[in-house]
Design a protein around this ligand. Sequence first.
Ligand SMILES: *Cc1c(COP(=O)(O)O)cnc(C)c1O
Length: 466
Amino acid sequence: MNNKLCDISKNIKDLLKVMNQQPSGFAFIVKNKKLIGLLTDGDIRRLLLQDTTLEDSVSSLNIQMCEFAYENDDYSTIISKLNQKIRVLPIVNKNMNVSDFVQLDKRSYIPVAQPNLIGNELKYVTDAVLSTWISSTGEYIEKFENNFAGFINMKHGVSTSSGTSALHLALLTLGIGEGDEVILPDLTFAATINSVLHAKATPVIVDVDEDSWCIDPDQISKAITKKTKAIIAVHLYGQPCDMNAIMKIAKKNNLKVIEDCAEAHGTEFEGKKVGSFGNISCFSFFANKIITTGEGGMCLTNSSESNDKLRTLRDHGMNRTRKYWHDVVGYNYRMTNLQAAIGCAQLERIDEILAWRQKIEEGYIKIFCNYPYIQSQNKIKGTKKIPWLVSALVFEKDIDKIIQHFNNNGIDVRNLFYPLSTMDIYQNYAFNKNKISKKLSERGLSFPTHASVDFKRIEEVFKTIL
Ligand SMILES: *Cc1c(COP(=O)(O)O)cnc(C)c1O
């Protein structure tokens, strides 16, 4: 400890020697062994760039008392003083002698999401590289498509470069384009509406249901016109939409249903996995999703006609039997064998991954129970929700301050998506005021959801919110 102390009588050169010792970059300034402040190498750099020289005495500097804690302060008090600005905190006894310090460890930052790649991911990617099949042909592609389709209990899986390209292909395959209206929820990630706009169709943004946070079937019914061709049901944050009501409306009005399952791998509605209800369902395997391939997506369908169309459009519109012959203007929306290799390894452990995601949500719910102002996203009867990001609503408290408090303590807590209709580029597509989406977005938080979430630290932060 003593090697981090610098007496005020020393000169700047001596001070730099202290700062140079491990852990480097700072020194506690003392006078008669009592703490009077903290200087960092950044402070000295700025002074040297002005008039200060290496021979000047530390006492000539304007030293201000720093934040500190007492030896007998409890752990949560000490931790609560550390944040992105105060990264080093001296601990003193009652005589102000420095006896220890705590330092914010950058590695201890808890991100909101983190892929879990501890299985055969590296082995299979290595195998794919060694095979030289690194583009969009190779055995992992077919295996991943078949295994994932099997997992959701669907006939055909068509892997894609992203969840967004999967949605775009689904719309094109179902013949949706200019002049067609597509109903979708206000509360979702923008890729849902962007894909409709890419297909040159007209999005119709409707409100969500207050209990599930997913698209409200009553609002769908109200928004249907002669031009309506499809509904995109987004299973938000892992919560399933009311697929009974949605399929009923679709049948009655002869509409197509695309399920956006980008956040809901493994989620079930009345005993059936989401992604097995609509005409085509779309998944994302971005690194922050429930399982990942880095970037990537997949369309699932039971229709062999749709399967063919999806594949043709994905592969440059090339004729499936006549090489270099193009019947339609297509895209290059393929996944690579390297990505599929990661996907195959993820799928081997999917039951385990889904189980710990549910456990993490239970862990949060236990903490939330102690704080009446916080209420987690509902669990709906008859469903099995696999949380993507565990999310909750906050009442009676300043939500921005709460987010800031978590972020200051190295925990990436975020607000929910903004309603699409509140953004300039989408606002003209709003069907009505969509008050529930706005209310949820203003009150909602998403918490870190991955295998290395440290509940002890999260709880410590909750304790200091007041
Ligand atoms: C992530 C996401 C997408 C897009 O997936 P990408 O793979 O990032 O293109 C689409 N819809 C929703 C609801 C998402 O969360």
